[in-house]
Ligand binder design. Structure first.
Ligand code: SF4
Length: 420
């Protein structure tokens, strides 16, 4: 056997030997199991975190850190919601659900998740799906790059891991679109690896429990809380612990309005609650205001179909379909595209993106035999429902379009400035 292969084989044996792992942990003064953990980051020492706070529970004094994990898991068992990716913690299901849940509530994600898994049940199905179909399945969830990254990750799993889902934190972190949070969630929930998954919910809970006034949008604060969550995490149930933290943030320690402290397992020692400052925490730097864009959206109808055009491959809503629209000051857009006839007002609406706010005014036009500009299509009601992915930004015009495309719909009430 070549020397290198022999060395690798011996290393592998040691890595998988219980005594060797135990010996390593004793020498390194680390808890057993820590040799499988992702690399640790230095905690941010400027945060004053109550590691040595003790409180009374059931006649015994327990430290807030270890005691919280026990209480939290007990609370989770009694209160957790039944969710498909919890009933079946398959790494692919966890990847899809965690990607969908970024910036979106569980109740909104559920129908999307079911439809997605039904149509693309495995990594191989996802790697092969047409982009157009993938975006259609994602339509309404927003942040469409997340869907494209999911497909790239699936292709990576097929090409780089032979179709087997990677089962270490470091390997999972190499997948497209997977950051520390998602890698921590997948490795802990699907593989039982003790890795923290710290999202906005968890940061809020931690900031309130510790009474920290550090800005949670700062990377050093996130690192410090990640480190602390890691310390609290029980080696045996890391997946449940991470999910319990997320669940607590989503259902009890909520962002807007008063948190339900009376139902919280941390109520006995949560600093924000005890000091009455839950409304002030967490501290967050305000994002800069959004740029406002005034746009005119043209709903051009002909023979039971509406005109759509594809957005550029890069930038906002890249590659999605849209009703033709232009900045409001460009008043001659219809004539430039070759359409004649008078357009009528068709409602208005607004949509918030991360950095931009669109304020849209609709104009409806019944076109004659004019030809569509290159790259545009006529979409009938079926195609609009099943083929073309249209961003939810245009949802405010959906009722008018549905009525025009299928006269069985009730004509929408006239909006401000619109004549019947
Ligand atoms: S006690 Fe209240 S503020 Fe503190 S973690 Fe629980 S819900 Fe949040």
């Amino acid at each position: 056997m070549p020397k290198r292969a022999k060395k690798e084989k011996t290393g592998h044996k040691i890595k998988n030997c219980f005594l060797a792992r135990l010996f390593y942990c004793i020498i390194a003064k680390k808890p057993y199991g820590s040799q499988n953990r992702p690399p640790r980051l230095p905690a941010h020492r400027s945060l004053s975190l109550p590691r040595r706070t003790f409180f009374w529970y059931g006649g015994a004094a327990i430290s807030s850190l270890s005691g919280f994990a026990i209480l939290l898991l007990q609370w989770y068992e009694e209160n957790k919601r039944t969710l498909p990716w919890r009933s079946n913690p398959d790494p692919y299901w966890v990847l899809v659900s965690e990607t969908m849940l970024q910036q979106t509530r569980v109740s909104a994600v559920l129908p999307y998740f079911r439809r997605f898994i039904e149509e693309l049940p495995t990594v191989a199905h996802l790697a092969r799906v047409e982009d157009e179909r993938l975006l259609k399945l994602w339509q309404g969830l927003g942040y469409y790059n997340r869907a494209r990254n999911l497909k790239k990750a699936a292709a990576q799993i097929l090409a780089g891991f032979g179709g087997r889902f990677p089962d270490t934190y470091e390997e999972i972190l190499t997948l497209a679109g997977v950051g520390e949070y998602t890698a921590g969630a997948i490795s802990s929930i699907a593989f039982g690896i003790p890795a923290p998954a710290v999202d906005g919910n968890v940061l809020r809970v931690m900031a309130r429990i510790t009474g920290s006034r550090a800005d949670i949008t700062k990377p050093q604060t996130k690192r410090a809380f990640r480190e602390l969550v890691w310390e609290m995490m029980p080696a045996k149930r890391p997946g449940d612990f991470n999910q319990a933290m997320m669940e607590l943030g989503a259902t009890v320690c909520m962002p807007n309005g008063a948190p339900c402290c009376a139902r919280c397992p941390a109520g006995a020692f949560c600093r924000a609650f005890l000091e009455g400052v839950t409304g002030e925490l967490p501290v967050k730097t305000k994002k800069p205001g959004r740029r406002v864009e005034e746009r005119t959206v043209y709903l051009i109808f002909h023979g039971g179909a509406v005109a759509l055009r594809k957005r550029p491959d890069k930038g906002l809503l890249a590659g999605l379909w849209e009703y033709p629209n232009e900045p409001r000051e460009k008043e001659d857009a219809l004539a430039l595209w070759g359409f004649h006839g008078a357009a009528e007002p068709a409602g208005s609406g607004k949509h918030l993106f991360t950095h931009v706010e669109w304020r849209m005014t609709g104009q409806a036009l019944h076109a004659g035999e004019e030809r569509l500009p290159p790259g545009w299509v006529w979409a009938d009601r079926r195609e609009l429902n099943q083929v073309y992915a249209l961003p939810s930004a245009f949802q405010c015009f959906a009722e008018r379009v549905r009525w025009e495309l299928g006269r069985d719909w009730k004509r929408p009430e006239p909006m401000k400035g619109e004549k019947r």
